[in-house]
Design a protein around this ligand. Structure first.
Ligand SMILES: Cc1ncc(COP(=O)(O)O)c(C=O)c1O
Length: 366
């Protein structure tokens, strides 16, 4: 069977394009999971993750062998015991997933629901915190299903005032938008390798604050047990056979982030997002969230009336080899999800996409 052999411009909700430097890292010579040269890369990753998450140097950072969902599960599995009281902010599909997973680990879950397409109002979170006691407050920073950025710093401040641990999903923000784990008071945060960082999927960065490390539970998952993972990542004791190519790719992707400079990278994402919004306005298209609540990494564009949205996406893929995403859940058929993340966040890509989209929209009128 032959492998794909043509380029594809990945402008969906993830994965983002892999740069030449990261692609080359995937082909570096194989090493075993305990080889001195491999474990040196683990140390490099741990250090870089503390910086890219902007975490306390005393926090524990590593990458789970798995996708973003494994990061979510690792955080929950190590901080939730049956009966833990969890308050979950739900403003989209991934907030719902957080609530589902917490419930699977036995938490007593209360949801504070917000409109899909809007950020949560911190006052709604505060009201729930005043009504009952919670051990955990969980929120998605960058809600990929709606293109909305939730006010994590405000929520964390409120949660801490009530002595709850703060869990944050940064799957679509790490490396692309301001995220300040220590300064905002985030206790456990997880992300993925395939979006803002620009590596292939398969490694999920996680970080646990010193406060979270003091409140770890007996983890019921063997694979995701933080103490066993730290035994491997720090103390070199076998736990699982980590994938060397994915380690190399993540290490190089983090190297790329640091060479560019984290804040310069955030600024590039912001500037490209603004250019994208202007390009869409020229086509008569609008975004779902109001401007201050928009993600820079993932844009949700309203499908204009009278357009067959599936046909637009098919045409972009087949004629232009450009991938964009569809709406999820209640937003299916109503929005396109367009990611400009990692090495894909360039003005050239905005230009290429808007030209192709203009033609596809013209031909997909029903
Ligand atoms: C906000 C958010 N959380 C969690 C996930 C799950 O990540 P993965 O698909 O890598 O398991 C995603 C995936 O897009 C996401 O956007």
């Amino acid at each position: 069977m032959s492998l794909p052999n043509t380029p594809r411009l990945l402008l969906g909700p993830g994965p983002s394009p892999v740069s030449a430097r990261v692609a080359a890292a995937l082909a570096a010579p194989q090493r075993s999971h305990l080889d001195p040269e491999l474990v040196a890369q683990l140390d490099r990753i741990r250090g870089a993750l503390l910086r890219v998450f902007r975490a306390d140097p005393a926090a524990a950072a590593l990458a789970i062998s798995g996708t973003g969902t494994s990061g979510m599960e690792a955080v929950i599995a190590n901080l939730t015991r049956p009966g833990s009281r969890a308050l979950v902010v739900v403003t989209g599909y991934f907030g719902e997933r957080l609530a589902t997973m917490l419930a699977r680990y036995g938490a007593d879950v209360t949801c504070v629901e917000g409109e899909w397409g809007r950020a949560i109002d911190p006052a709604a979170v505060e009201a729930r915190l005043k009504e009952a006691t919670f051990d955990l407050v969980a929120v998605v920073h960058a809600e990929t299903s709606t293109g909305v950025c939730n006010p994590v710093a405000d929520i964390a401040r409120l949660a801490h005032a009530h002595d709850a641990l703060v869990i944050v999903d940064a799957v679509t923000s790490l490396g692309a938008m301001p995220l300040e784990v220590a300064a905002w008071g985030v206790d456990a945060c997880y992300s993925c390798s395939q979006k803002g960082l620009g590596a292939p999927s398969g490694m999920a960065p996680v970080v646990f604050s010193p406060r979270a490390l003091e409140r770890l539970v007996d983890c019921r998952s063997f694979y995701l047990d933080l103490n066993l993972l730290l035994d491997y990542w720090v103390r070199r004791k076998y736990h699982h056979t980590i994938s060397a190519p994915l380690v190399y790719a993540l290490a190089e992707a983090l190297g790329e982030v640091e060479d560019e400079g984290l804040e310069a990278r955030w600024e590039r994402h912001r500037m490209v997002h603004e250019a994208f919004v202007e390009a869409m306005a020229r086509l008569g298209l609008t975004l779902l969230p109001p401007p201050p609540e928009r993600l820079w990494s993932l844009n949700t564009v309203r499908v204009p009336a009278g357009v067959d949205e599936a046909r637009v996406r098919k045409q972009l893929l087949e004629r232009e080899s450009i991938e964009i995403g569809a709406g999820l859940g209640p937003l299916a058929g109503q929005i396109f999800r367009i990611g400009l993340m990692g090495s894909g966040a360039t003005l050239e890509n905005v230009e290429r996409l808007s030209t192709a989209l203009a033609a596809a929209l013209q031909e997909s009128r029903v």
